[in-house]
Each structure stands twice: as structure tokens, then as C-alpha cells.
Design a protein. Sequence first.
Length: 256
Amino acid sequence: MAFSPQIQLSEVDQFSRKVTITVPQAQVSQAFSQRFDQLNKNNGVPGFRKGKAPVNVLRQKFGQQVAFEIHDRFINDGWKQAIVELNLAPVTQPELQNDRLASANSDFSFSLTFEVAPTINLAELDWKSIEVSSKDWQLSDERLDAEIQQLAKRNGEWTETSAPSANGHQVSFSLEGVIDGLKKEELSSPDEKCILGKGELLAEIESALTGKSAGESFSVSVDFPADSNSALLVNPLHSVVLSIVFQNKMPFQLKI
């Protein structure tokens, strides 16, 4: 027997609707019987061969479980069928009102309340009287050119260059921090990268990296402010080796 509940739609208010779904007792009973048969064949009951347990024993052992399963299935299937049959377009999740399904001896009814979008009749809308303000945006050639160049940079390809490093170049370098002649691991890194001119490094290190070529090594002292909370107030000396200098090869240059 195909699942064919009775479905009724009612209007609660301007934006709310209620669907009442009733599953006839015959379909409820059939659903219980089919589920008990499955459990009897697949699970069985101790003391009975699989498929041979009496119905009253199955009801006693599995009755509550089966009732919960069928209850949830009827609600899910009924709601899906109501949406299709009544061409519903809910804008909220439905709110369920029902009693738990307790037995196979009666119809099973439940209601679902939900909200719908308001109906707008354009023919009745005095849209000519609606005032809409707009802002007159002005885009200068300079601003447009700057945005285009930024777009080109973001899509550019970093390639090695033999030219001295400068703002806008990406540099790859190693850093070794030394205090009183001893290397400090927390101040050292074998592989660092940054783009010069963006303030990604301590000012002293970034300044020392600028104007250098790949392969150069140098030392730089970092001065911490007198009121710094850092434990490194002794102003460490950094040994720096510049490994590679990259330039951003942009895919295009465009001037307005």
C-alpha cells in the first residue's frame, strides 16, 4: 500500500500557514506489520528461530522502538509530500504539533506550522511614488590606475633578479641572533621571507636588507626602546645572509 496521507492546508494569518496531515489507520497498521516482519527476519528474538517469533512477543520487545521510527518517517515523508502536492514555498522551518504515535490501532494526525513570503501585487503597488536616492560616484584616472597596478601586482610572478634589493622586492634570507657572543635560537631563523617596504620586519633589519644583492652577508644591531618589556634589552646583534632577491614580474602594465 503506497503512502497516501490526507493533507489539508489552512491559513493562520497573513504570513503563516498550517498543514494538517492524517495517515489512515490501515497505512499505520501496515507500517507496523512490515517493520515487525523485518526485525523478526533480521534480528530475531531469543528463544525463537529467526522469523518465527509471535507478533505479541515482537510488540513487547520492539514496540516502542518501532513506534518512534514510524512516527518520524511519517512526519518526514508527509511534509515532503505536502510541499510537492500543495506547491509550498516555506521561508522558515516548520513547527510540529502532534501526539506521539503509540499504536497501530488508529489514524495518525499531526500539524506543521510555517511562514511564507508575503504576496506582492505589482499592479496595485504605486511604485512611481517611491523615491530612490543615488550617490554620484566619481572615480579619478589616478585611482583607477592605482587599482589596476595593484591587480597586476597580485597576479604577478616572483622571479629572481641580480639587482640590489629595493622596496617592493621579496627577499629570502637567514637570520642569526647573537647576545654576548652566544647564538640565541629564539632570535634566529634559517629561512625568512618578506617584501621590503611593507614594515614586516624590525626597522633596523629591513633597512639593512635594502640595497643588498643576493649572496651578501652583514651584521645589524637592533635597539630596543628603554621602556620595552622585552627580556632582550641588551640589544642583540644579528648576522644576516641574503640568499635571493625576487622581483614581481607583473602580467601587464596599463596606464590610463
